[in-house]
Design a protein around this ligand. Structure first.
Ligand SMILES: [Zn+2]
Length: 472
C-alpha cells in the first residue's frame, strides 16, 4: 500500500452518474467522494468494498417523512424509522412538522434537532410548520434552517393546524417570497372537503372514502395556490399529488414560467382505488388513492420529466389505531423502507419501454438529484460527484423478494406492501463514507442534521443535464 490511502474504496461498480452509467470505482476520504476511479485504476484504501459489478446509486433522499418525534412515539420513533430508511437505501430524510408540540418556531426546530441527535442512522433536515394565527413566528426564520415552510391547507387527526384564512395565506406566500424560502403544500381545499363531509357525512368504509375526499378538493387547492404564486412569485412545491388534473395544472403552470414543482408518493404510483380495497384502513390516506387514470398520468409526469421527486410520506400509525372503525382510523402508512423497491418495481411495470439503465437513472433523479436541488441539498448530496458527501447505495436491482411482516423495521410493525412481490433491494447503504446498513446488519446512529443552501434553486433551468429532466 502506498502512503496516501483512501478511507474507503468501492470497487468494481456500475456507477449511476448524471445521465449515464460509468464502470469503475469510488474513492472516499473524510466522508466525501474524493475521486471517481477508472475501471482498472488501483487505489489503496483502509477498506475496500467490492460491488461485484452491481449498480451504485447516490444515497436516496426522502423529501417527505413523519418520524413522529416528539409526541407520537407510540406510532414510530426516530431510531426505528431511520433504521427502516437505511435498509431502504435512504441516506437523508426531511421530516414534517406535525409533531407534538408542533414544529412551528425556530426554537422548536432546534429542540427537535437536539432530540433526534444520536438517534438517527441517516442524515436529516426539517420542514417548519405554521399554526393558524401564528405565521408571525416565521419572521425569525432564515433560509437554510428549514427545507421548506409546510402548509396544511386541509388537515386530519395528526395534522390539526389548517391554514385556510385568505389574509393569512397572503401573508405567508408573501413572506416566503420575500425570504426566498420554499413553500410545500398539502394541497386539498378545506372548505371544499367540508362541504362534502357536511352533505355526505364521514365515510364508513374505503369504498366510499375517495368520493368523500374527492379530487376536486385537491384541484381547487392547487388552483388557489397558483393564484397566490402569480401574485407574489412564491416558490411552491406541491406534495403527494394524487390526481391527473393537479398534474395537468402544475405542468401548465411550470411551462408558463411559474416557480412550481411537485412530487407524488410511491403509494399513489402503486395502488388505485379498486385494487386498494382489500387493504381497508391501511390505505386510508390523505389525500385518497384515486383511479387508474390518475396513477397513469403520474407515471406520464415521470416520462415528461415534470415530476421532481417521489416521497414516501412515511406516516405510520400503530396497528391498534389502524384497527379502529373506519371513520376513527387515522390516515397514513409507513413507507420509507418500501420507497425504493416500490418505485423500481413500478417503473418496470408501468413504463416497460424503459431499459434497465434508464430505470436506475430515473430512480437517481426522482429519489436523489431532484429533491436535492429542490430542497437545497445539492451542495452536499444527491449525486455521485467528487467533493460531495459519500452517501451511496449498492443495489441488487433485479432481486425479487416479498415483503413479509418480520422484515418491517418501522415501529408501527406493518406495511401496506406486505405479501407483495417487489423487485430491487438495497444491499449496502453508506452515509458520509460510513456503512450504516449491510445486508441485514446495521452500523451506528451517525446521522447528522444537514445544512441547507441559502438560496433557492432555479427551477427554470430545465436543460438536458438538469435533475428535473428525468429521462433524456
Ligand atoms: Zn405527509
Amino acid at each position: 500500500m502506498s502512503g496516501a490511502a483512501y478511507d474507503l474504496v468501492i470497487a468494481n461498480a456500475r456507477i449511476v452518474y448524471r445521465d449515464r452509467i460509468l464502470n469503475g470505482g469510488i474513492a472516499i476520504q473524510d466522508g466525501k467522494i474524493a475521486k471517481l476511479l477508472h475501471q482498472n485504476e488501483a487505489a489503496a484504501a483502509e477498506l475496500v468494498i467490492d460491488a461485484e459489478g452491481r449498480y451504485v446509486l447516490p444515497g436516496l433522499i426522502d423529501s417527505h417523512v413523519h418520524f413522529r418525534t416528539p409526541g407520537y412515539e407510540h406510532k414510530e420513533n426516530w431510531h426505528s424509522a431511520s433504521k427502516a430508511a437505511a435498509a431502504g437505501g435512504v441516506t437523508t430524510v426531511l421530516d414534517m412538522p406535525n409533531t407534538n408540540p408542533y414544529t412551528d418556531t425556530v426554537d422548536r426546530l432546534r429542540q427537535k434537532a437536539a432530540l433526534v441527535h444520536g438517534q438517527s442512522y441517516v442524515d436529516y433536515g426539517f420542514h417548519i410548520g405554521v399554526a393558524p394565527g401564528k405565521a408571525g413566528a416565521l419572521q425569525a426564520l432564515t433560509r437554510g434552517e428549514a427545507a421548506s415552510i409546510k402548509l396544511f391547507l386541509t388537515g386530519h387527526r395528526t395534522a390539526k393546524h389548517i391554514i385556510d384564512d385568505e389574509a393569512e395565506l397572503d401573508y405567508i406566500f408573501r413572506l416566503a417570497a420575500d425570504k426566498s424560502i420554499l413553500l410545500t403544500l398539502h394541497a386539498e381545499d378545506d372548505f371544499v372537503l367540508r362541504l362534502f363531509r357536511q352533505s355526505r357525512g364521514e365515510p364508513a368504509n374505503l369504498t366510499d372514502y375517495e368520493a368523500a375526499y374527492p379530487r376536486i378538493g385537491a384541484i381547487a387547492a392547487v388552483a388557489r395556490a397558483l393564484r397566490l404564486v402569480r401574485k407574489y412569485g412564491t416558490s411552491v412545491h406541491v406534495l403527494h399529488v394524487s390526481s391527473a388534473e393537479e398534474a395537468d395544472l402544475l405542468d401548465a403552470a411550470s411551462a408558463g414560467g411559474y416557480p412550481v414543482t411537485y412530487e407524488t408518493t410511491a403509494h399513489q404510483l402503486w395502488f388505485d382505488h379498486a385494487s386498494a380495497q382489500p387493504l381497508g384502513t391501511k390505505v386510508k390516506l390523505s389525500p385518497a388513492i384515486r383511479e387508474p387514470r390518475d396513477r397513469d398520468r403520474l407515471w406520464q409526469s415521470i416520462v415528461r420529466g415534470t415530476l421532481t421527486a417521489v416521497g414516501s410520506d412515511h406516516a405510520p400509525h400503530s396497528s391498534e389505531e389502524k384497527s379502529f372503525e373506519f371513520h376513527d382510523a387515522p390516515p397514513g402508512l409507513p413507507g420509507v423502507q418500501e420507497l425504493l423497491p416500490a418505485l423500481l418495481t413500478g417503473l418496470k411495470r408501468h413504463l416497460p419501454e424503459l431499459t434497465r439503465e434508464e430505470r436506475l437513472l430515473a430512480v437517481a433523479r426522482l429519489l436523489a438529484a431532484g429533491p436535492a436541488v429542490r430542497f437545497g441539498l445539492d451542495h452536499r448530496k444527491g449525486s455521485i460527484e467528487a467533493g460531495l458527501d459519500a452517501d451511496l447505495l449498492i443495489i441488487d436491482d433485479e432481486k425479487k423478494w416479498t415483503l413479509t411482516g418480520d422484515r418491517v423495521l418501522s415501529a408501527s410493525g406493518w406495511s401496506a406492501y406486505e405479501g407483495l412481490e417487489l423487485e430491487g433491494e438495497a444491499l449496502v447503504t453508506i452515509v458520509r463514507g460510513q456503512v450504516v446498513y449491510d445486508r441485514g446488519q446495521f452500523g451506528e446512529e451517525i446521522g447528522q442534521r444537514i445544512t441547507l443552501r441559502r438560496e433557492l434553486a432555479d427551477v427554470f433551468q430545465r436543460t438536458a443535464g438538469s435533475p428535473y429532466r428525468v429521462l433524456a
